[in-house]
Ligand binder design. Structure first.
Ligand code: F6R
Length: 689
């Protein structure tokens, strides 16, 4: 749940202030991934009394004398709190040190990190970059978790290392120094390369990680490697044909050219898109080394002594800079809610053809899916809810039993999964630890694994046998909104593709495909309820609790609506299956507790009408969501508040119905004065169990 970023300029003069701003901006883009502390490392001036970290009264002593003569210990700045508090503290420290911000570097390597604490409280000493020791000989920023750090720490302590932080990360730079010192003591200066040090470190590490290394022994070089967590390399060539728009660009071309360029590493594309569209999704066990403006990639293999060199093609990013900016909106969540007519259009683009659905990533596996004994949806949070919304339609069209699994619960129970199963993994980020662990479990049990994700190149996308990208665009608000509706639409399209061989359901399928084409327009209509939902939020601002009842297709809407309210508005809220009302929840009903009942027109409508009557009879404080024109039939005496929404095909109605709930959660949050985009205690992707 952290963000890592690095910036290396080569053969192009960049002032220190510019470098700092690129690093800060990278962190701002990644802040949604974690925001309790952050840090950066940049170069000091060549070795001088200033460079030898006088901030801590530390002259580096013997350690400093081991650095190359033209090298100085890099400067590390770390701070607790959001990125802006790091920015303030860096500028004030730089000022106190009299460091020249206008100094120009023709080549420079800087690294940065935004943290979401897992090991150790948020504090400067637990923030990254973590260091090998006094002279910052090796510095590391890390996303993920090192599972064997305790053993490594004990060994390093036995070799005389002292630890300052409570993090799992600190073992990595210290291990790098240990490997480096050992090689140098045994074989003398210049014998060990930076990539040899890093591959040896990788050999010792267990867990999931993406790492970027900077070292005073290898000035102006950077190394990035990963296992599990996502890591991207961005390449911006500054010569004549910049961002040439060529479809593919070989990394090989970057192995021997001295052209001016800027190179970036980032834990996701959001921090890269404003600089370049040429990128490479680094694969597991690859070690990407930038030196003298060249990029070389080694593939690390446990069995082999020496990693092999590999060639990779750069891809062209299909994302616009606007996606990562708020534009005229106050918050990303607000922007992403209002973007849904567009994101849904993108999700469906090129996939609905002549009354049929074409899903390129699935077509070779449809036969296997149709023959599976069971389809299992697996996900967490909002992604689970999206799958729940799609479940009835998939059951109806495929005729195959569809079961639901929360990834963590499946793992806790080690629930049975068989070769004859199709397991569909749903994850916006494609990085959620529980979902990925469940994926490994299902792969181990021989199931066909299908991925539904928003993140091209994510672990989920790479580890599944096949899948569909939801193409909702970058989602930055921590509360998932547009990804949810795009996930439902993708799973509805999957159901249509899986059921496409059945004559008996042809008319139904065609009606749904027409409904899909119309959906963005209907979503634009329901967004007009914005003002009404703001008024409703005003009336609920001081309530302690909110219940949401749904059933059938809209059981998911109840769960997801309640999840939105609790996660951003920090108000207790529960989504409940209306069919369960009489089995307990009815006891809660009184004149004060607000209850939202989803009663749009579908096969469950009359049952929801009777739920409304029963709640009414107990003087419940009711808010009813119904289809346009149904207000009087759901609320005959005008005694409850009504939200009227456009009616669409039953299986697509959850896409419409969630939108007033998203708007309600958004306005409640703003009115209650909470942070919309970065809610308390939450981060966008949950990369630890
Ligand atoms: C809520 C939310 C979370 C995520 C969950 C899974 O708004 O965003 O509930 O849905 O953490 O994340 P992904 O979809 O990235 O696997």
């Amino acid at each position: 749940m952290c963000g890592i970023f690095a910036f290396l300029n080569y053969n192009v003069a960049r002032e220190r202030r510019y470098i700092l701003e690129v690093l800060f901006n990278g962190l701002r883009r990644l802040e949604y991934r974690g925001y309790d502390s952050s840090g950066i490392a940049i170069d000091a001036d060549l070795r001088s009394p200033v460079a030898i970290d006088k901030r801590e009264g530390n002259d580096g002593g013997e350690e400093a004398s081991r650095l190359p003569y033209n090298s100085a210990p890099p400067l590390v700045f770390r701070q607790e709190g959001k990125i802006e508090s790091l920015v303030r503290s860096v500028y004030s420290e730089v000022d106190a040190m009299d460091l020249n911000l206008e100094k120009s570097f023709s080549v420079h390597a800087g690294i940065a990190h935004t943290r979401w604490a897992t090991h150790g409280v948020p504090s400067p000493r637990n923030s990254h970059p973590q260091s090998s020791g006094a002279c910052n000989e090796f510095l590391v920023v890390h996303n993920g978790i090192i599972t064997n750090y305790e053993v490594l720490k004990e060994t390093l302590i036995r070799h005389g290392f002292t630890f300052e932080s409570e993090t799992d990360t600190e073992v990595i730079p210290k291990l790098a120094k240990f490997v480096f010192d050992k090689a140098r003591d045994e074989e003398g200066e210049q014998t060990v390369t930076f990539s040899q040090v890093v591959t040896e470190v990788m050999r010792q590490l267990e867990g999931a990680y993406a790492l970027i290394f900077k070292s005073a022994h290898y000035p102006n070089e950077l190394i990035a490697c990963k296992r599990g967590s996502t890591l991207i390399l961005g390449v911006k060539e500054l010569s004549d044909d910049k961002n040439s728009g060529k479809l593919f660009h070989d990394v090989k071309a970057l192995t021997k050219d001295e052209k001016p360029k800027e190179l970036f590493f980032s834990s996701d594309l959001c921090a890269i898109v404003e600089h370049t569209k040429n990128y490479l999704a680094i694969e597991d066990n690859e070690v990407v080394h930038i030196k003298d403006g060249c990029v070389s990639i080694l593939k690390f293999d446990y069995g082999r002594e020496k990693p092999a060199s590999v060639q990779r093609a750069l891809s062209v990013l299909e994302m616009e800079v606007e996606q990562i900016k708020k534009g005229n909106y106050d918050h990303f969540m607000q922007k992403e809610i209002h973007e849904q007519p567009h994101s849904l259009t993108t999700t469906m683009r090129g996939r609905l053809k002549d009354n049929s659905v074409v899903l390129g990533g699935l077509k070779d596996h449809l036969k296997t899916i149709r023959h599976s004994r069971r389809i299992i949806f697996i996900g967490c949070g909002t992604s689970y809810n999206a799958a729940l919304a799609a479940r009835p339609f998939l059951e109806e069209l495929s005729g195959i039993p569809v079961t639901m699994e929360l990834a963590s619960d499946l793992l806790d129970r080690q629930g049975p999964i068989y070769r004859e199963d199709t397991a569909v993994f749903v994850s916006q980020s494609g990085e959620t630890a529980d979902t990925l662990l469940a994926l490994e479990y299902a792969l181990g049990n021989g199931a066909l694994c299908v991925g539904v994700t928003n993140t091209v190149g994510s672990t989920l996308a790479r580890r599944t046998h096949c899948g569909v990208h939801i193409n909702a665009g970058c989602e930055i608000g921590v509360a998932s909104t547009k990804a949810y509706t795009s996930q439902i639409v993708v799973m509805a399209m999957m159901a249509l593709a899986i059921g496409a061989d059945k004559i008996s359901t042809q008319a139904r399928r065609e009606a749904i495909i027409n409904g899909l084409s119309d959906l963005p327009k209907k979503v634009a209509e329901v967004l007009k309820l914005d003002g009404e939902m703001r008024d409703l939020a005003k009336s609920l601002i001081d309530t302690q609790s909110l219940l949401v009842f749904g059933r059938g297709y809209n059981y998911a809407t109840a769960l997801e609506g309640a999840l939105k309210v609790k996660e951003v508005a920090l108000m207790h809220s529960e989504g409940m299956l209306a069919g369960e009302m009489k089995h307990g929840p009815l006891a809660l009903v009184d004149e004060t507790l607000p209850i939202i009942v989803i009663a749009t027109h579908d096969a469950c409508f009359s049952k929801q009408q009777s739920v409304i009557q029963q709640l009414h009879a107990r003087k419940g404080r009711l808010i009813v969501m119904c289809s346009e024109g149904d207000a009087t039939s759901v609320c005959p005496m005008g005694s409850c508040r009504v939200i009227e929404v456009p009616q669409v095909a039953d299986c697509l109605q959850p896409v419409i119905n969630i939108i007033p709930m998203q708007l309600l959660a958004y306005h409640l949050t703003v009115l209650r004065g909470y942070d919309v985009d970065q809610p308390r205690n939450l981060a966008k992707s949950v990369t630890t169990e």
